[in-house]
Design a protein around this ligand. Sequence first.
Ligand code: SF4
Length: 405
Amino acid sequence: MIKTFKIYTLGCKVNQYDSERLKIYLKEFGLSPINVGADLAIINTCSVTKATGHKNSRMLALAKKDNPKAKLILVGCWARIYGNDLRNFGVDLVLTDKNPEILAQAIAEYFSLKKISLIKHTELVASNRSRYTIKVQDGCEQFCSYCIIPYSRGKLWSRPLNEVLGETQKAVDKKYPEIILTGIHLGLYKDEETNTNLSGLLKKMLALGGNIPYRLSSIEITEVSDELIDLYYKNLLLAKHLHISLQSGSDKILRLMNRPYRIAYFEDRINKIRKLMPDFAITTDIIVGFPGETDQDFEDTCAFVKKIKFSKIHVFPFSAHEITPAFSLPGQNSSDVIKKRARLLRELSVSLEKDFYQKFLNKNLPGIITGKRAGKYFAKTEYFFDVEVKDEKNHCLGEKIIVSL
Ligand code: SF4
């Protein structure tokens, strides 16, 4: 008889959120979460890079070790791509749906469990006290040539507006210090029934009151509309930071990546933001060593990055999944070249981070305590960088304070 479960999660914020929501729905069937020795172990897998295949296997081994008698279930992106082939890993069930509610029903059906309670779709998931992350969208149909996500997460899907607002209201009532909207292709949020896009959703969330700041986890440059920029300009509660993936500063590489913009467009949009809000923080992702990327293309990327003045760059050494077109493109770079470019771009990121930080020296900024490292508290500012708190007081996670740089 299955009574207890444990969920192991790999990957992005969306996966983390899905696991927490699955946990809520499994409780409807009378199952209780425990840490070890569970009757059921669910591994919510990831497939974002080639390396994650090994991470999934390691997580599965850990789940078997912690829960020796457990039935094992694989869900998530790896399960959706390889399906029942993964039964060879000695698991009982592979489930490919991405909706946590449907996953819970499938698990209940497999183990003949009956629903003993009803949980609202707006129930809050467990969350770190320093912020509440709410998933509002899933799926992507862009098919960038290096990306596995459209294969694993499928078609665009937006959560109904009333559900999103219901959950947000609860997070507001609980006085979370910040709410982060997350999704796979967040900029394409669209509630069809009410014709509400991402800007409309933010407006409705802001109207809930509570003086809570909001942040977007990421957005594509093609979805940074004039309407959205205007909303950010007029609303102090929208954190002045956007994470916008550039991926390359070479138009030739952007074309090979099947990215739907060129650098002139990217620059134009950023200029539009910075004209209204000069200190606005823009962080980004860049892939180095993409097939066909020459030294000149890489230099163009570095030059463009300096021009845009990103406040932080997440550098991804190219590594494609075998089912993506980029895997078999000609002009693959050697691992030495990829490593060298990654190191150089990371060094550039550190220097840009310092330049951005300098803008705020001797200023006071609102921050939220996000943790303690080596005896020192750290606070996250709306510009997304962390500041070491200089006072000697004790602070709580999520506490709002003013930090001076
Ligand atoms: S926009 Fe491109 S990189 Fe982003 S999830 Fe979609 S396919 Fe992947």
